[in-house]
Design a protein around this ligand. Structure first.
Ligand code: GDP
Ligand code: IMO
Ligand code: MG
Length: 414
């Protein structure tokens, strides 16, 4: 038994992973991202000051924590350097001891960003080059950090790309400024690059507390999400195992985070999406605008069918119900407890086909609102009933409840 905890989002992202990683980092030595890249936007408020992190793990805000990006991540090197600059301006010094980038992680190049902008509008991607970078990885044309920081192997990669892809040389020549800026990051990121997976395994063997930070949400998982409207990596807890390479037996707790309602950014089915005033209310009250792209998030009532699926595919041990404060003033709160499909009576679970999912009618259970601000010493019966419905439906205990953006804004239920 090790001391590895995993924190994953169990919806379509933006559940509040950053805030909870920051809270849990108080008791961890190492915090590692295991997938995704700067498509993520994790927002944290410390002493009233807002910090948005895209790639650097949210544990970096606490002194002496070591943060790593493991093999399954994709890295925008300019983005990393910019985040370090922003952190420095806020008085947070990050050196290569504290931030370690895996030599096996793949690099997002201007070519990948160009392809994402050109080809992937129909998914509504973040246009950060994430999908094309994972595509290059799978087709064995990828550029890893190990090869990027070495001039010789980088030139070999450039030559290989030029000879295999007719467009590549053209794009490289036409966008020389972009490529120069990208290439100039090589020497600056080099000191941060190392065998992160080996380091993490050693730490796990020493029984250090390691916290693994999910990005995106489980319903965006490349294998188990609402394909093709998904991201390009495995966002669920088991994805961490293949990225870092350690024994599943080392996992202590899998925390799943859900909002008390539903949101989604980008295209794809969302059974409980609301196009009415209630949808607008949730968006405004919850400040539901993308932390990476600024796009408005689609909002709706909590979808328990999708949530249960998310809980199950991760093997969530403990659920965190976040942003309940957004519902504080509502006289009635709905949760979706089943789907009704116009022709298929068996279409009850979060099934694979997006066409089918886009046609279901959500069936709601209506609960009474608690109509007050919640505190550890003030949990009205209506609120307890809401918690019980979610727990019973998803068959998992809710251990914490988020009541605001700050580090201390939560209630413990355990
Ligand atoms: P992440 O991508 O999962 O880290 O989540 P984001 O940072 O993209 O979005 C979550 C948003 O909700 C951020 O603006 C947080 O500051 C905010 N937030 C987190 N927890 C709570 C909470 O319990 N209540 C409220 N009102 N806001 C929260
Ligand atoms: P965090 O970590 C919400 C969505 C995009 C799009 C799809 C594919 O902050 O929860 P991509 O650029 O990954 O190829 O886009 O995935 N998406 C997110 N939605 N939060 C995120 O990250 C997301 N990262 C990607 O909107 O629908
Ligand atoms: Mg986010």
């Amino acid at each position: 038994m090790g001391q590895v905890d995993i924190v994953v989002g169990v919806q379509w992202g933006d559940e509040g992973k950053g805030k909870w990683i920051d809270i849990f980092s108080a008791n961890a030595k190492i915090i590692s991202r295991f997938q995704g890249g700067n498509n993520a936007g994790h927002t944290i408020f410390v002493d009233g000051e807002k910090i948005v992190l895209h790639q650097v793990p949210s544990g970096i805000l606490r002194e002496e924590r070591i943060c790593t990006l493991a093999s399954g991540t994709v890295i925008n090197t300019e983005g990393i350097l910019l985040e370090l600059k922003t952190l420095k301006a806020k008085g947070i010094e990050v050196n290569p001891e504290r931030l370690r980038l895996s030599s096996r992680a793949h690099v997002i190049t201007p070519w990948h960003i160009y392809l994402d902008a050109k080809d992937n509008d129909w998914i509504g991607t973040t246009k950060k080059g994430i999908g094309p970078t994972y595509e290059s990885k799978a087709s064995r044309f990828g550029l890893r950090l190990a090869e990027f920081i070495d001039e010789g192997t980088y030139k070999t990669w450039l030559a290989k790309m030029t000879s295999h892809f007719a467009d590549f040389a053209n794009m490289y020549e036409k966008n020389s400024d972009q490529w120069s800026a990208f290439e100039s990051t090589r020497s600056q990121v080099a000191p941060f690059v190392s065998d992160v997976e080996c380091f993490l395994r050693e730490q796990i063997k020493k029984n250090e507390v390691v916290l693994l930070e999910g990005a995106q949400g489980s319903l965006l998982d490349i294998n188990l999400g609402s394909y093709p409207f998904v991201t390009s990596s495995s966002t669920v807890a088991s994805g961490a195992l293949s990225s870092i390479g350690f024994s599943p037996k080392a996992i202590r707790t899998i925390y799943g985070i859900t909002k008390a309602y539903q949101t989604r950014v980008g295209a794809g089915p969302m059974p409980t999406e609301l196009h009415d005033d209630m949808g607008k209310y949730l968006a405004e009250k919850g400040r539901e605008f993308g932390a990476t792209t600024g796009r408005p998030r689609r909002c709706g009532w909590l979808d328990l069918v999708a949530l249960k699926y998310g809980v199950e595919v991760n093997g969530v041990d403990k659920l965190i119900l976040n942003k309940v404060d957004i519902l504080n003033e509502l006289p009635e709160i709905k949760v979706c407890t089943s789907y009704r499909h116009p022709t298929d009576p068996d279409a009850q679970s979060f099934f694979a086909e997006p066409e089918k999912l886009s046609k279901v009618e959500p069936i709601y259970k209506t609960l009474k609102g608690w109509k007050s601000d919640l505190r550890q010493d003030h949990m009205p019966q209506e609120f307890r009933d809401f918690v019980r419905v979610v727990e019973d439906f998803c068959e998992v205990p809710i251990v914490f409840v988020g009541t605001g953006v700050g580090r201390d804004d939560f209630i413990s239920l355990s």
